[in-house]
Design a binder for this molecule. Structure first.
Ligand SMILES: Cc1cc2nc3c(=O)[nH]c(=O)nc-3n(C[C@H](O)[C@H](O)[C@H](O)COP(=O)(O)OP(=O)(O)OC[C@H]3O[C@@H](n4cnc5c(N)ncnc54)[C@H](O)[C@@H]3O)c2cc1C
Length: 368
């Protein structure tokens, strides 16, 4: 299908079908709104394009998904955080889940019947993910899991989790499971972030029984699964976030030109923020096209991640500078957005780790 025809059809449909969010701006409100939007888009088929037929999709290039995300998030019908989980977790299920499990579960995610989360990080294992210690021990047809995860985004709203466990020493001893979060032995405790939202959770696993049929790949495939998943978390899921940042850039311009709360360098600062956003968008567009052409995403997505975090933080630094006192004194969304922008150099792998990957794996500069 022609991308521009697809986009204009979608725009027409969105104009005719009012999915404007309600008054609840809490995180729970955002989650429910995302489910509502997903269901409406799935039932009208828009959410199915760009995904394989075997998992409820209608086929076509992945770039069609990017168009849907861009239109939906750019119009502020859904927030970029919940939306991004779909783009991060679905490709992994398609590649690693037994085909009948993917066929059963993925449509539930695409249709907004469920939310899923990603259980990778642990208190002592973030950047050094390979050191994770949550154990899975085989017991007949089942596996028994014990351990703790942390920073699991949206776990309190999720039905299932893609979980990394240790089944043997070393990188080859990491095994992934698709876990139902209502299984006995799982305790989810939300954590409050500095921007005042319970976005992520500690998740405890105490003698949790997981059927062997829920293993993703084979025992020991977990590291490869993580290495395949992370490039999505570092690139393709950004397309809608960029649309969101553009909408906030426009809002900043409207606010700056409508009031007197600014100093003398507005044009320079706005131009620099726009340049960072535009550079990110060009890079992200190239990534979307590589995905469309069937490329396997890899360490080169660390460039997308560094550009995203730099552009996002520069945009909100510009908000701070051009709207003096607003972040500090006023109860507007700018404050929580500014604080959240600080997380962009942490989630999905920190900025330092991305620069290490660029140096070692793209520039071949060796270890530090
Ligand atoms: C908003 C948000 C959402 C998240 N959601 C999820 C989620 O859904 N699921 C999940 O599993 N995780 C999630 N995370 C966790 C995230 O993946 C980790 O925070 C991240 O990988 C960093 O790990 P860490 O916090 O343990 O920091 P550490 O690894 O302890 O790093 C601390 C500091 O040391 C630096 N550092 C560490 N190693 C090196 C090195 N070798 N060279 C140079 N510098 C280094 C880091 O860059 C960082 O500045 C989320 C995090 C955030 C902020």
């Amino acid at each position: 299908m022609n991308v521009e025809e697809f986009r204009s059809g979608l725009r027409k449909w969105l104009d005719e079908n009012d999915l404007t969010p309600g008054p609840d701006h809490s995180l729970q409100g955002h989650m429910l709104q995302f489910l509502r939007v997903s269901r409406a888009l799935y039932d009208a088929d828009w959410m199915r394009y760009g995904w394989p037929v075997e998992v409820g999709g209608l086929g076509g290039p992945a770039v069609l998904r990017a168009v849907v995300g861009e239109e939906v998030v750019g119009r502020r019908l859904a927030e970029p955080g919940p939306y991004s989980m779909l783009e991060v977790l679905t490709p992994t299920m398609i590649d690693y889940a037994p085909p009948e499990l993917a066929a059963e579960m993925v449509p539930r995610l695409l249709r907004g019947e469920e939310q899923w989360c990603q259980g990778f990080s642990e208190p002592g294992s973030g950047s050094d993910l390979a050191s994770l210690t949550t154990r899975a021990v085989q017991d007949g047809d089942n596996w028994i899991v014990n351990g703790q995860k942390v920073w699991t985004s949206f776990a309190q709203f999720s039905t299932r989790c893609i979980l990394l466990t240790r089944t043997a020493p070393g990188h080859d001893g990491i095994t992934a499971f698709f876990v139902d979060l209502d299984t006995p032995g799982i305790t989810i405790r939300p954590l409050r972030t500095m921007h005042g939202v319970d976005e992520f959770c500690e998740v405890y696993y105490d003698d949790v029984v997981i059927p062997g049929s829920r293993m993703l790949g084979k025992p020991g495939d977990g590291w490869n699964l993580a290495m395949d998943l992370l490039p999505y978390e570092r690139s393709s899921c950004f397309w809608q976030r960029i649309a969101y940042l553009y909408s906030r850039f426009d809002a900043l311009i409207a606010e700056v030109s409508g009031g007197n709360k600014h100093g003398g360098h507005d044009e320079y600062d706005l131009g620099a923020a726009y340049l960072a956003l535009h550079t990110l968008r060009c890079r992200s567009r190239a990534t979307q096209h590589r995905l469309r052409d069937g490329a396997r995403l890899g360490p080169d997505t660390s460039i997308d991640k560094v550009l995203l975090s730099s552009a996002e933080q520069q945009l909100y630094d510009t908000v701070r500078d051009l709207l003096p006192g607003v972040l500090e004194l006023d109860e507007t969304p700018w404050r929580s957005e500014y604080l959240y922008s600080r997380a962009s150099t942490i989630y999905g792998g920190t900025a330092e780790i991305q620069r290490n990957i660029i140096a070692r794996r793209l520039l071949d500069l060796g270890k530090e």
